[in-house]
Structure formats: C-alpha cells, structure tokens
Design a protein around this ligand. Structure first.
Ligand SMILES: Cc1cc2nc3c(=O)[nH]c(=O)nc-3n(C[C@H](O)[C@H](O)[C@H](O)COP(=O)(O)OP(=O)(O)OC[C@H]3O[C@@H](n4cnc5c(N)ncnc54)[C@H](O)[C@@H]3O)c2cc1C
Length: 396
C-alpha cells in the first residue's frame, strides 16, 4: 500500500498478514478464492478464530470487547484478511446494529446483545427495505401497534440478506401513521423465531440464495426491544447507514479479486502463450489496478481526515468501489472465455481443494459476474449516490 507508512504501521501490517495467512483454515480459503458459496458455519468459524485472537470486533471500542483500532488499522486489517482468502466479516451485527446499540440502546440491550455479536452467537439481519420502499425508505409501511407491553407487527420486508440464518432482525416499523413519514418510524429488535415470522428465499441471477422476503404477521415484540424512543427510529436508521457505508468501498474485495484475476490470466492460454503476457490484457488489468490504487488513496485520505467516518465522500467511495468490483468480475469472465458458461450451481457448493483458483474456477466467473450486479444497488443505488454528491459536494 502506501510507501509513507510509519514503522509501527508496517509492523502492524506484517502482524496482521502473518496471522491471516496462518489463521484462515485452508478449506475456507479455497472456498473463498474459488467463489464458492459460504454457509452459516463458515462465517461463524472465521469470526470465532478472530475472537480467540482478540480481534473479533475490529471496529469497536475496547470497552465493548473491540480492538480499539484506528481507521487506518481497520483498513489494513480488512485488506490483509481479504488477500489471505478470509470470509468477509458479517456487517449486520458488527457494523450496523452494534454501533446503534452503543449510542442509543438501553443498558440492558447493550449488555444482552453486544457480547453475543462478537462470536455470532446471535446472527442479525437488516429489516429496512420493503416492496416500494428502498431508495424512498421513509415511505415504509410495516406497522407496529402497541398492545400492553408488546408491539404487534404486521408487514413485509424484502431483500433481507441472509435472513435464513438470522436469530434477530433490527426492523424499521411505522408507529405513527399521522406524522410526517420520517417522524413516525421506530426501530425494533425482533426475534426471528417469534410466531408469525416467515422467511422466503429470493433466487438471484447467479442461482444463489443470499436474499429473502420476510413476512411479519401479528408478530409480538416486547416493548423492552424498542431501540431508543418511539418515533425516533429515523435518526437511528440514518446513524446505522453511516456505519454501513464506511466499509462499502470493498477495498479488500478489490485487492483479492485482482489477485484472482491475475492468476486466472496466467493460467489461461491464448495463441499458445499465457493470456497474461498479451499486451492488451496487461493494459486492461493495469487500468483496474490503477483504479484500485486511487480508491485506496481516497480511503486513506478519509481515514486521516475524519477518523475514518466519511461524510458525503462515502457516496464517492461507494460508487467507485462498486464499479471496480463489477469491472473485475467482467474481466474475470472474459478471461474464462466460453468456459464461464454454462454455469453449474452444483459446483458452487461442491468440496473445494486448497490449490487456490485453478482453471475449474472459470465455472464460477459467470456466477461472479451476475452476482456483482448487486453492488450498484444495495447500500443505496448509484443514481441515489450521485444525487447526494450533487447536493452535498457540488452544491447543485
Ligand atoms: C443483494 C442485495 C442485498 C440487499 N440486502 C438488504 C438487506 O439486508 N436489508 C435491507 O433492508 N435491504 C437490502 N437490500 C435492498 C436495497 O437497500 C435496495 O434494493 C436499494 O435501496 C434500492 O431500493 P429498491 O430496490 O426498492 O429500488 P428503487 O428505490 O425502487 O429504485 C429503482 C430505480 O430507481 C432509481 N431511483 C430511485 N430513487 C431515485 C432518485 N431519487 N434519483 C435517481 N434515481 C432514483 C434507482 O437508482 C433504481 O435504478 C438489498 C438489495 C440487494 C440488491
């Protein structure tokens, strides 16, 4: 990365790199590098390996069991873990509801929920979007009505990532239908095993099952599971989105996939020579590498200036990060050539070996390309991010 790093920063990077290279179990690494599907246990296993090392909550303050690392350390950690083929850290507990509970949760909520996030004893999911309420989130309709010491929740959430594994959902609900849309929203912590919760899979282009519809029918949520105050949920929701966007550039993912791309191009043959030696291919790979370097420099600047919490620059990071991820997937598919199709979903769940990406991973390149279409939609679409940049950065 940056050549002007201090000796301490270099030492930290070496420490993380050594740990990640030795710490990621080979079979997990093989699955990640070959773009195979990860199951619940795969994620939980990696979180627990980190927790054993004391690194289970890299972005949290020490008082809640975190590392207390600064923004640069967190960035180094992300990149080195991704490069070593580690699964991504689940954001729903660590980067989303965790920080909200630290700032707005009751002492009882903090005590009950925060420690269980670190080892994924509770798997959280995000219940924000609804049919018709994505970019326009404040129009959400899921209703919560007070009945004694419970709320009774009715409605539908959609695109809920990995809800099939979730124990809990942080859920935005409407508690006042008369007020302005933003004023009548509350945030509830909803037990996914409650009667009335139904999770239905949404199959995506790549044949995978990452997202779901969640139906809520007369689900009873104890009043003690209200976050903060009733009808103030929009404030907490925005605070959470600010944390969601900090990691959204996907720098670690970009570095890892650049390595995968180069290895694929070294193995693929063109005219009897490795494709990697083709000047046009080298040019295209170099362009992406330069884009990644520019993204990294922007992230480092944000880390240095704001303690790592981006303002409207988050929208620039989001757009560039998602576009680069799509470019990488596109070029991987081109390198795989006709082998990228037909796509065999069975292969995605097959046993992986530890030889890293081989020619067989061409089979995953088509799926990876289809999967990466999502990056310009989730966490706020590119069009919406451009609107934010126009208003808040360009003053238009
Ligand atoms: C893979 C994936 C995972 C997701 N995971 C979750 C999750 O776990 N939890 C959750 O709550 N949600 C999740 N989402 C939902 C995500 O947040 C929404 O899809 C996103 O906010 C867009 O909303 P929408 O799909 O309703 O599209 P819409 O808001 O209906 O947008 C449709 C189109 O209109 C454009 N548009 C909308 N408003 C504007 C505007 N003001 N200016 C210019 N163009 C505009 C959009 O850019 C888009 O092209 C996920 C989505 C995906 C794809």
């Amino acid at each position: 990365m940056n050549l002007t790093w201090t000796p301490q920063e270099r030492r930290f990077r070496e420490e993380v790199r050594a740990f990640a290279e030795a710490g990621v179990p080979p079979e997990l690494r093989a699955k990640v590098l070959a773009h195979q599907r990860l199951e619940r246990d795969d994620y939980v296993r990696w979180h627990n390996i980190l927790a054993d090392r004391g690194w289970g909550a890299p972005s949290w303050p020490k008082e809640y069991g975190g590392t207390g690392w600064n923004a640069l350390q967190r960035l180094i950690f992300e990149v080195e873990c991704f490069k070593a083929g580690a699964p991504r850290l689940l954001p729903f507990g660590l980067s989303m509801i965790g920080p909200v509970l630290m700032k707005y949760g009751s002492p009882a909520q903090r005590e009950r929920f925060l420690p269980r996030i670190i080892r994924v004893e509770d798997w959280w999911c995000q219940g924000y979007s609804e049919p018709g309420s994505g970019s326009d989130l404040a129009s959400l309709k899921t209703r919560a009505e007070r009945d004694g010491d419970h709320y009774v929740v009715n409605g539908q959430k959609t695109w809920t990532t990995l809800a099939q594994y979730a124990d809990w959902m942080f859920c935005l609900v409407r508690t006042d239908t008369e007020a302005r849309p933003q004023r009548g929203i509350s945030m509830l912590l909803l037990d996914m095993r409650s009667p009335g919760v139904t999770v239905r899979p949404i199959r995506t282009l790549d044949g995978g099952h990452d997202v779901n519809e969640v139906w809520l029918e007369n689900v009873r949520v104890p009043v003690e599971n209200l976050v903060g105050e009733e009808n103030q949920g929009w404030t907490y929701a925005k605070y959470l989105l600010g944390h969601e966007r900090t990691g959204i550039a996907g720098l670690g993912h970009c570095h890892r996939e650049l390595g995968v791309l180069k290895r694929m191009a070294a193995q693929a043959q063109s005219g009897g020579r490795p494709l990697l030696s083709d000047p046009r291919m080298r040019d295209r790979i170099s362009r992406i590498e330069v884009d990644i370097m520019a993204l990294e420099m922007l992230l480092l600047r944000v880390a240095a200036n704001n303690g790592g919490t981006p303002g409207p620059e988050a929208s620039v990071l989001k757009i560039r990060g998602s576009e680069i991820q799509q470019d990488l997937a596109m070029l991987q598919m081109e390198v795989a050539g006709p082998d990228a199709w037909p796509y065999d979903p069975e292969w995605m769940f097959a046993e992986a070996d530890d030889h890293g990406p081989g020619p067989e991973m061409a089979a995953a390149a088509g799926a990876g390309y289809a999967d990466m279409r999502k990056t310009t939609i989730y966490g706020g679409t590119t069009e919406v991010q451009k609107g934010i940049i126009a208003r808040l950065m360009l003053g238009l």
